[in-house]
Design a protein around this ligand. Sequence first.
Ligand code: PEP
Ligand code: MG
Length: 813
Amino acid sequence: MVGIVVVSHSHRIAEGVAELAREMGGDEVKLETAGGLEAIGDPGSSGMPEHPIGTDAVLVMQAIERAWSDDGVLVLMDLGSAVLSSELALDLLGDERRARILLCEAPLVEGAVAAAVTAKLGMPLATVAAEARAGLASKVAHLGTGSDAAPTPGDSAEGPADAMVTAVIPVLVAHGLHARPAARLVQVAAAYDASIVLANLTTGTGPADATSLNGVATLGVRSGHELEVRASGPDAADAVAALESLAARGFDEPPSASDDSRSQARGDDGSASAARREPAEARSDRDERSVDATLAGSAASPGIAIGRLRRFHATPLQVPEATVSDPDVELDKLDTALHETVDAISGQRSTVAAQAGEEEARIFDAHVLFLRDHALLDPARAAIRDRRSPAAHAWRDAVETVAEAWDALDDEYLRARAADLRSVGAQVLARILGLAMPAPRIDAPGILVAADLTPAETATLDPETCLGIVTAYGGPTSHAAVLARAMGIPAVVGVGSRVLELTEDIHLVVDGIRGEVHVRPTAEAIIRWGSERAARDAEVIRVRARASEPATTIDGTTVEVAANVGGPGEIADAIAAGADGVGLFRTEFLFMQRSSLPDEREQEEAYRAAAEILAGRPLLVRTLDAGADKPIPALAQPSEVNPFLGVRGIRLGLACPDLLLTQLRALLRVASDHPVRVMFPMVTTIDDLTAARALLARARAETGVDAWIEVGAMVEVPAAALTAAVLAPQADFFSIGTNDLTQYTLAADRGNERVAALNDPLHPAVLRLIATTVEAARSHDRWVGVCGELAGNELATPLLLGLGVRELSMAGP
Ligand code: PEP
Ligand code: MG
């Protein structure tokens, strides 16, 4: 057992600290003191000999000899000459012993208490020292580092010791104390004025500070393990009671995936009618990671994918070599980056909490706690303060050290949390370096599982590596889903947060037709899904052979079947799949994932490249539809409480006319020698359309291009559909964006899986608006197309044609 020596100028302080530490660590801890100078004179009135204030190297040396252990001795000192005397004592002890003595900079009182507790557990010297250094953590967590509240009498850390309260808590939560339940534990522990130390009694790991997420999670507590809680301080008893109650509530974990209405366990035939429900006890006992299960979500992109589970991994950022010129500046950089990242994560948390509920959002608490954990912050700040490393290096190294501790755990699931830590750490690092977050990467081909995907993240996916997509949140017409369809990647969205707890490398089958994800399928099941996929592939080949024939009904009406694309790169495939042209060029993708806006020339090149590949087929370009679900980082838009009802689509173009004019000039230049159509998104009133046309006229004047160009209005807002007769004289055509039209008509967010069932484009209310639009257009001799996802839904084809729609634009595949 490591020995401990407390060195102080004051004999009484040294004895008091030792008394407190023994109270926590127990009498068997080898704890000696060297306080004040040699006693002089007679015992005073208290009966104690009088020790003058001061420090003496010989007394320190003798204390070290008394505390001697082959495991080493930790020396804690108060100020000034205490350090010098201790260094001298080391010189007196000689080389051999000196190698096993550690003079530790930890705070005296908290350090001694933490060291005593840790030494008693038989931990090595380095661990005892680390715990002593981290001894201030719970005070910092409670009061914060910047607290300027005046201390009140009795607040001093040197106040009277409170008795240790201990408890043994059995952990009976499905995956043990993984990130989310560990985060709950840390939150509860930090709410009390108590120093709480945990140890895993089952594995003998620990101790860990209960307010350190990394500490708690790396105890490797699995279901069935016993956790020892030792608390001291004014609120110790309440804190222990609160932790016991938390454990009894199952660490506030959401019900298991099999309880979730969106994630039913289904029969082998895949039908909902064959759904089997297990008794609650059976479900809570089993470890879902080793059990086949079927998670139900929304079918977002058709096809079947079979592969291993993959997650995004943060792309390592290059940290340039640098030295510390001013530690304060570097500390400031780190703190600002931490604040901004916490704000960003809190924003995500609010969105998920609003859409999917508190329990689902709790995983983000774990991410915030990573960033507040002294296990990361202390070493990073110390490295900066000591001028060893600038902020970026210090932070990167601290994250890597803790992540490696996670990597070393023998629990596969907990090991996977290292990726979460690295990804949150990379967000901070990118901010310190002032860089945009690089696109995350998938390490090997497989099925990407993520909470949700931004359009920018989806746009970087490579179908060669990303065989399928499964998201916990999001609806089937969310932008990520739209993109997945465009890339032909089978996807199921909104399966619930339990999918995030599955480990990497297990097998999954994604059924993007039925909206199901099969977890750890048996070999026979994989063969069955494989043959279904092969049959589907054969059908696609058969259908594609006729894809280029005109789409003519048996009564002789020809319909234009066009493609929705995000850039010129998708067009060749779309033509091969039979597209008669492009019916929706979503120009947002030229603007995403970059820190500056594309200029007129760059835009012209992109539109020209598209037109050239189309070789005379029509190219319908939608002007920039930024905002809400399509954020453009280079456009600093003020945050809005309700961005879907805010300045997006044509509203933004009219608010920033230069932005729209640049785009219109680029388009007109291409229109002078190619068949280009243009349309404006989110038109709501006739004023929108008139103002947009006025800008087009100005762009004509500025470019001198007078080529005729068809100008249309998107019908995505119920007001536009209902007043289509008013808009028609100003529009050469209408293109109905059923994705937005449905969400606005049924007041059901297209990105929210909880209202996915309500977000039904075949609802009579939506169909009536389509009918109203077509009737108004017909009376003005205008054509109507549909470019929302409904256009590619075979079930809807007869309805849309019957209603008079004559152009259908859909994802190329
Ligand atoms: C729509 O809303 O239906 C549409 C085609 O536009 P987007 O999906 O890009 O919002
Ligand atoms: Mg839209």
